[in-house]
Design a protein around this ligand. Structure first.
Ligand SMILES: Cc1cc2nc3c(=O)[nH]c(=O)nc-3n(C[C@H](O)[C@H](O)[C@H](O)COP(=O)(O)OP(=O)(O)OC[C@H]3O[C@@H](n4cnc5c(N)ncnc54)[C@H](O)[C@@H]3O)c2cc1C
Length: 467
């Protein structure tokens, strides 16, 4: 007589059956029709074959999967929005704990808080929050996952007014390396709560975040596009970190894109595209213009689109970043650039390895700098600027070598100005620059790591080894 297992083509020897039976979500192994799609991540440079991608439905699924993997000695790679610059969103032979489908958002307009699952993206949250007149400062690009973004800090469009994403985090649920579920806040497991705010994915898997929202469903936002001269760059570097808190800018030294606001004869010219968010009173256009005047005075703008917009519209300006791409990244926190370094970044852009390369400069300061240095594990509150070199390509046939060489060569000239590195923008330099990324907090992070993950189960990150 044929067994039931044989009649229904059930492989009773499949070690993942116990996982399938234990969770609500889906276990995607190589024989599953979704496997090819599920192993894809945002980076086209990552082409890995995990043992399984576990599409978790909730916290219990994550905890069960951690225990399952650990009992069998299988590596674990947590994934939320799949944008890892380190290439860790997919790992050969590991179990990818995929929280990309955990996209619940629960907004309480009275307390102005939101409970958000890790697969929620910046733009997922921005829309519903704006409907209540609220917003969370996250990152500059809509598709990035709250999970990975938050654990590194989260530096976004309203950072100078409301600080980093972690500065608005009230509590989180964490699945530990033992598969336990812990609630963390300044009152509960405060050491763990300190570490997950800037220490990366080293300490556990966060399955929900409770955030304080800001009353900024609407902002004045847009771009001011300026010619990329040394004087413009110098003026921007001097002003951006010193502006009033209501003005956050993220600037892109780049080839002017074929956007409707760029005059046709300027497309392709190297420009400084200053992305602007003004969070002051919506009807106080005079205050907004006073804050923007020093930027507008740097040169005759090629374009100026700043106007009152729903906050989610800011993500339209960075929509290119949501497409699958390869990126060669070098990043720094610092105070300023020497004149020769300003010349170097402009010259490097003129000789870019790809038309999509860019150098991103952010004015820090404001609310970021006012949070006490020891309140969170983010170590760069005193930086005036953040600069990131990005060699970008979209062709899957491109192996990225020329773009990596371009980024490394420019970096040699910029490195002397660096006194810190953003953990969310580290790449093949992660190991070497770990002390810079966790400047002054590494030993404390290592103690927390020893307490919550002594066997370094969570090591697909800018890895903090246990003390
Ligand atoms: C186009 C683009 C634009 C960006 N812009 C910004 C920006 O403006 N500001 C900014 O701050 N950052 C920015 N980043 C960096 C971004 O924050 C990091 O790449 C981040 O790690 C991505 O998170 P993710 O969830 O999408 O990626 P994933 O690949 O899913 O996660 C990355 C890593 O984060 C950890 N992790 C993920 N989820 C969890 C979780 N739930 N619990 C614990 N650890 C977890 C893991 O170590 C994982 O390997 C940008 C990245 C890209 C690609």
């Amino acid at each position: 007589m044929t067994s039931i297992a044989a009649r229904f083509s059930i492989n009773t020897d499949d070690p993942f059956n116990a996982l399938r039976a234990g969770i609500l979500g889906t276990v995607v192994t190589p024989d599953h029709p979704d496997y090819e799609e599920a192993r894809q991540v945002v980076s086209i440079a990552v082409d890995r074959h995990p043992a399984a991608i576990v599409r978790c439905a909730g916290t219990e699924d994550v905890a069960f999967t951690v225990r399952f993997a650990r009992e069998r000695g299988i590596e674990i790679a947590p994934r939320s929005g799949a944008h890892s610059g380190l290439g860790h969103s997919s790992i050969d032979d590991a179990i990818v704990i995929d929280m990309g489908g955990m996209r619940g958002i629960n907004i309480d307009p009275v307390s102005r808080t939101a409970v958000v699952q890790p697969g929620v993206t910046s733009e997922d949250l921005a829309g519903p929050a704006a409907a209540y007149g609220l917003a969370l400062t996250t990152g500059d690009t809509g598709s990035v996952g709250i999970g990975g973004l938050t654990v590194g800090g989260g530096i976004g469009w309203m950072a100078r007014k409301y600080g980093l994403t972690i500065d608005n985090l009230l509590a989180a649920t964490v699945v530990t390396a033992e598969g336990e579920i812990l609630r963390t806040s300044v009152e509960e497991h405060p050491d763990l709560f300190w570490a997950i705010r800037g220490g990366g994915g080293n300490f556990g898997i966060i399955t929900d975040f409770t955030f304080q929202l800001a009353p900024n469903g609407m902002v004045h936002g847009g771009v001011i596009v300026l010619p990329a001269t040394p004087e413009v760059l110098r003026g921007y570097l001097d002003y951006a970190p010193e502006a009033v808190d209501d003005l956050t800018t993220i600037s892109f030294l780049m080839a002017a894109p074929p956007a409707p606001f760029i005059p046709e004869d300027r497309i392709g010219e190297i420009v400084l595209l200053v992305g602007v968010t003004w969070t002051g009173a919506l009807d106080d256009v005079a205050a907004r213009d006073a804050a923007l005047a020093p930027i507008r005075a740097l040169a005759t703008p090629i374009a100026d689109t700043v106007e009152a917009i729903p906050y989610p519209v800011m993500f339209v300006y960075t929509a290119e970043g949501t497409k699958r791409h390869g990126a060669a990244i070098r990043t720094m926190f610092g105070d300023d650039l020497e004149d020769a370094q300003i010349e170097a970044v402009i010259e490097a852009m003129k000789a870019a390895s790809s038309p999509f390369n860019m150098i991103q400069i952010r004015g820090m300061g404001g609310a970021i700098a006012r949070v006490p240095a020891d309140a969170t594990a983010f170590a760069h509150r005193d930086a005036r600027i953040m600069l990131t070199v990005l060699g970008i390509w979209y062709d899957p046939e491109d192996d990225g070598a020329t773009h990596r060489a371009w980024a490394s060569s420019l970096w040699e000239q910029l490195a002397p100005a660096s006194r810190g590195a953003y953990v969310n923008f580290l790449q093949d330099d992660a190991e070497e620059r770990l002390p810079e990324a966790y400047r002054g907090v590494l030993e404390r992070l290592r103690s927390v790591k020893a307490q919550y993950d002594p066997e370094n189960v969570f090591h697909y990150n800018a890895n903090v080894r246990p003390k």
